[in-house]
Write a new protein. Structure first.
Length: 149
């Protein structure tokens, strides 16, 4: 197991409406970025999980990372609360190995916020075989095939 004896809270960005970054800092009431950030702040460890699309993080993860600008410009108190957390990267993609440089945005963003980028784990998608479409079954299969980078 990647995190044995640890209670894991999954925040799937697909379950939240996160608007594209706006220079004005004004967002519709339906935007849930701050809600996601408040949930993240409740934990000591943050695991960024993303598929690899064209040698980069998913578009939704990129939108989330772009919105981190808000917590250094508008919601500064939230950004400072990230300091001291540990971060990890989980990635799955079609290549046998994670492409060079893929980790950099995660490493540098962690460093910027005073978090400790701890490790990345990658799994080629052809190594994961899941019968059902459930998130739990996928995570179990993914966890059994991970390797440390």
């Amino acid at each position: 197991m990647l995190f044995p004896k640890t209670t894991i809270k999954v925040l799937d960005l697909l379950d939240y409406h996160i608007c594209l970054y706006r220079y004005s800092g004004h967002y519709p009431a339906a935007d849930q970025f701050l809600e996601v950030m408040e949930k993240i702040l409740l934990h000591k460890q943050v695991v960024f999980a993303t598929p690899v699309y064209w040698y980069a993080m998913s578009g939704l993860m990129k939108i989330f990372f772009d919105r981190l600008t808000d917590i250094v410009t508008v919601q500064i108190s939230l950004g400072s609360q990230l300091a001291g957390k540990k971060t990890f990267l989980l990635a799955v993609g079609s290549d046998e190995e994670l492409s060079p440089g893929f980790e950099k945005p995660f490493e540098l963003t962690s460093d910027y916020f005073g978090m400790t980028y701890t490790a990345s784990y990658y799994c080629p998608s052809n190594a994961i075989h899941v019968q059902s479409g459930s998130r739990e079954d996928f995570l179990k299969a993914f966890n059994s095939k991970l390797y440390y980078i």
